[in-house]
Write a protein that binds this ligand. Structure first.
Ligand code: FAD
Length: 503
């Protein structure tokens, strides 16, 4: 018999005490429901919930949280599951209840996606359910000629899921992460209270939840900033053999006004020019790049985008030319593309479909995502990219590296970033067959050890730790506030137990 928390009752016996009329609650006796929510994109962790809640309205979630708080002697854990695209079990609830947020989409038209224009402030915003996927937010807002300004590389992630982390991509240097572009939220706290919060109203909850790893409340609605959407993009990649030239050009581009997107990646034998993140290069260009890789070992690829529409179509080339003036890339190694705004933002989907067809998408993903201070990035290149990754020839998957600026991150938010003004987002997006996961995890550990020993002052993004000490260390001077907010908004430590911070 499975149990919820310490209750020696069948889950449905407990949950039947809840006055949830229309929602379907499936107990652990239903293998399909529990199996689907006991795994995630990472495929590295499996934790079985006692029950799964398919909410028909946000009210059902309020009742569930209240029940854990007040209806039982020992509270049980509750995890909102957005799209389950975490890699280390963050949206799981061992012995607790997983709330399948996506189900609100089918049943709850209260939030959905509503687009508005504020004539006084002169900008638009969208009120979106926390369960909505960013790809749906994009399509709904484009109906009004508007779109959010800050994105993730991949759009099949939920609004609640990315706002619990940060939501970063090549637009972050300009607009800040997605958590910097939220005006207001509806949140169900760990005490079961339904609260509307913003920078001005219940701001402590607002800032706690942004980047708060699901610890303080379940986001049921977020008001997202919108701007006029472009229709088309000029998409350019240039190559470098010299890391220092590559990073100083990236830093230059994020310091001037004009580019709409700046990212970068590594190309090496184990991380070839085209991959699931985007197949940008033609066949003949790939051969050209592969010969560069065999000459230099690692090639650095700077990726930039300029948006435009009918009004700016005549001037965009000249403007791009000006913005790129003085860049120090390998002569002749410039590659250009033009595509629609939607195809650019949704570029990863094509790669996903290809990998799906080969059975290579639903495999384990021992990812490591880091924020590296600017002053440490040369040391990181020498010690990690060259000494560990190139030498061991182990990594399989895209490796991202691009700078962003601290000024666009409000320090009151829960998310943790390096202290320096400029820092790099580094993503080691490994995928593996089951047999080599251990060795990739070993490589991740070696990278973290190297950073520790060399005092590189990195911070993990989408963090994963096993001990409270490590979490304290991650939060550093923010730990006290994080802990205090936990006792204020979720004193019984019910929410997002899969993060393993307080449980
Ligand atoms: P889930 O995995 O379902 O949940 C994540 C955490 O948030 C859990 O703790 C969960 O309990 C909590 N949570 C979920 N919904 C809510 C809610 N409504 N209220 C409160 N808490 C909630 N990240 C980036 O920043 N940039 C990228 O470019 C990027 N690309 C990615 C590409 C791929 C292919 C994948 C798999 C991930 C990528 N990520 C990226 C990481 C991604 O943003 C996070 O893993 C995010 O949490 C996934 O969203 P989700 O909806 O699947 O969240």
């Amino acid at each position: 018999m499975s149990i919820i928390g310490n209750l020696h009752l069948k889950p449905y016996e407990v949950l039947s005490q809840l006055d949830i009329e229309t929602s379907l609650i499936i107990s652990a006796d239903s293998d399909d429901a529990t199996l689907a929510t006991s795994t995630d994109f990472g495929k590295l962790v499996q934790e079985i919930p006692a029950a799964v809640l398919y909410p028909s309205s946000t009210d059902d979630i309020v009742k569930l949280v209240n029940f854990s708080n007040n209806g039982v002697s020992v509270p049980f854990g509750i995890a909102a599951r957005g799209h389950g695209h975490s890699v280390r079990g963050q949206a799981m609830a061992p012995n607790g209840v997983v709330v399948v947020m996506n189900f609100l989409k089918n049943n709850n038209n209260i939030n959905g996606i509503r687009v508005s224009w504020d004539p006084i402030l002169g900008f638009g915003y969208a009120d979106v359910g926390g369960e909505q996927l960013w790809v749906d937010v994009l399509h709904a807002t484009l109906e009004y000629g508007l779109a959010p300004v800050s994105w993730t590389d991949y759009l099949y992630l939920s609004v609640g899921g990315t706002l619990s982390n940060a939501g970063i991509s090549g637009q972050t240097f300009r607009y800040g992460p997605q958590i910097s572009n939220v005006l207001e939220m509806d949140v169900i706290t760990g005490k079961g209270e339904f609260m509307t919060c913003s920078k001005h109203t219940d701001s402590e909850l607002f800032f706690a939840v942004l980047g708060g790893l699901g610890q303080f409340g379940i986001i049921t609605r977020a008001r997202i900033v919108l701007e006029k959407a472009p229709t088309t993009v000029k998409w350019v990649r240039v190559l470098y053999a010299d890391f220092s030239k590559f990073t100083s050009d990236q830093e230059h581009l994020i310091s001037i006004d004009g580019m709409d997107y700046v990212e970068g990646s590594l190309m090496m034998n184990q991380s070839p020019p085209n991959n699931w993140r985007s197949s940008f290069f033609s066949h003949s260009n790939q051969s050209k790049i592969l010969s560069l890789i065999s000459k230099y070992g690692i090639i650095y690829c700077l990726e930039m985008v300029k948006y435009y529409d009918d009004h700016s179509a005549n001037t965009v080339d000249e403007e791009l030319h000006k913005l790129m003036k003085g860049l120090n890339f390998l002569s002749g190694h410039i590659f250009k593309k033009e595509t629609t705004f939607v195809d650019f933002l949704n570029r990863v989907k094509k790669g996903e479909i290809k990998l799906q067809s080969k059975g290579l998408w639903d495999v384990p993903h021992p990812w490591l995502n880091l924020f590296v201070p600017k002053s440490s990035i040369m040391g990181f290149n020498d010690g990690v990219f060259v000494d560990i990754i190139l030498r061991q020839n182990k990594t399989t998957g895209p490796i991202l590296v691009y700078p962003t600026s601290r000024t666009k991150w409000d320090d009151r938010m829960s998310v943790v970033i390096p202290e320096e003004e400029t820092f790099y987002c580094v993503g080691l997006l490994h995928s593996c067959g089951f047999q080599d996961c251990e060795s990739l995890d070993g490589q991740n550990e070696e990278i973290l050890n190297y950073c520790r020993k060399s005092d590189l002052e990195i911070k993990q993004y989408l963090p994963h730790y096993r001990t409270k000490e490590a979490w304290k260390n991650h939060f550093g001077k923010k730990w006290e506030v994080f802990e205090q907010r936990k006792s204020q908004f979720d004193p019984k430590m019910i929410l997002s137990p899969g993060q393993k911070i307080f449980n």
